[in-house]
Design a protein around this ligand. Structure first.
Ligand code: AMP
Ligand code: MG
Length: 346
């Protein structure tokens, strides 16, 4: 059993030694916790796929701490990408670039491009600096589970499978980084995140297209990770897709009535101010309510979403009904993850 260890400078040094020796370390970033290995060591990277049960056709993001490391993994960095890096790095923006020969094939799932990010979290940066080389790190969850936003989530999923878990508390954004492809004429978003299309547009002069493929897509896809249903809780989830507040509440209430007739045990995921609308006294099928952020605080909703999803289990409910908080800005990223977690959108 590997209990999380506080991210003191001493433990960061220990973690760096583990990574340098080809081991696995889970560490916090400002998005979610990452499961790191030396990105230039194919055998170490292979351990990530094994520990997570991650399909080998799903490439990893390489995390760097400085320009020297960018040069080690990527070539032909376009001027416009440099402009975006200047504005958003360190931060939750990942660039898909042409890879160098130094990057092992398993990092990129055999492709010619590599995804690179400089995280903002101090622990992550200190760790990468201490190792002195780029660190490949997907989210530190078992494949098929929501990404971890606390060290406890990591330990729930990966206890005994990693050499060390660094505890840096709850992550700041709570959703994975925005991924952009900068290898084409026009920049495109492959995964939405805290850096929104609107924020990118201010630098680019145009709003980049969002081309994330649908869950379940077959064959070669632009954003391989997005075809997997890896944001899912352990029970089926129905997402209320209407964003109009009154209509959304009414539809969820209606569904609760339908599910009561079917004798289902239902979990409700909703914003704080709506909790009383779904009270068990009125809706006997409602067995567990988990509140997440508020309509006025979409950032908080994003931050708490994965933790909220992990609170439902087969033991307490048969199905989850989830509200949405709109589809613009950061709410877009939250909606994207919820719709991928969903069995059905109502
Ligand atoms: P995760 O680390 O779990 O957040 O997943 C990494 C994400 O980055 C996945 O959705 C991948 O599809 C995406 N990704 C990594 N490398 C590439 C690449 N070379 N081209 C396109 N997407 C990539
Ligand atoms: Mg992931």
């Amino acid at each position: 059993m590997k209990t999380p260890q506080k991210a003191t400078s001493n433990n960061i040094r220990k973690a760096a030694k583990i990574l340098a020796a080809g081991g696995l370390v889970a560490f916090p970033t400002e998005t979610v916790y990452g499961l790191g290995a030396n990105a230039l060591n194919a055998q170490a990277v292979d351990k990530i796929f094994k520990a997570k049960g991650r399909p080998s056709d799903n490439p990893l993001i390489v995390h760097i701490a400085n320009q020297r490391e960018l040069k080690m993994v990527a070539r032909d960095v376009p001027e416009v990408a440099r402009k975006l890096m200047k504005k958003f790095w360190p931060g939750p923006l990942t660039f898909v670039l042409q890879k160098t020969a130094a990057v092992p094939d398993n990092v990129t799932a055999g492709g010619k491009t590599v995804a690179v990010r400089m995280p903002k979290n101090k622990i992550a940066l200190a760790l990468i600096k201490a190792v002195g080389c780029p660190v490949a790190a997907p989210s530190a969850n078992l494949a098929g589970k929501p990404s971890p936003t606390s060290a406890e989530h990591v330990s729930e999923d990966l206890d005994g499978k990693v050499d060390m878990i660094l505890d840096g508390g709850k992550t700041f954004h709570g959703l994975e980084s925005t991924v952009i492809d900068v290898t084409r004429k026009k920049i495109e978003i492959l995964r939405s995140g805290a850096i929104t299309a609107e924020m990118l547009a201010k630098v680019l002069g145009y709003k980049p297209k969002i081309v994330t493929n649908k869950t379940g897509a077959k064959g070669k896809v632009r954003s391989p990770g997005m075809k997997y249903k890896h944001y899912a809780p352990s029970v089926p989830l129905f997402l209320i897709g209407i964003s109009d507040e009154k209509k959304m509440v009414r539809l969820l209430q209606k569904e609760l009535v339908v599910l009561t007739k079917k004798k289902m045990r239902v979990g409700v995921l909703c914003v704080k101010e709506h909790a009383s609308f779904y009270a068990a006294a009125k809706y006997p099928s409602m067995k567990k309510i988990v509140t997440c952020g508020s309509l006025k605080k979409p950032k908080k909703f994003a931050q708490e979403l994965y933790n909220a999803l992990r609170k439902f289990s087969k033991k307490n409910v048969d199905l989850i009904l989830a509200e949405n908080i709109g589809k613009e800005g950061i709410a877009h990223a939250a909606y994207d993850r919820l719709s991928r977690a969903a069995t059905k959108i109502l």
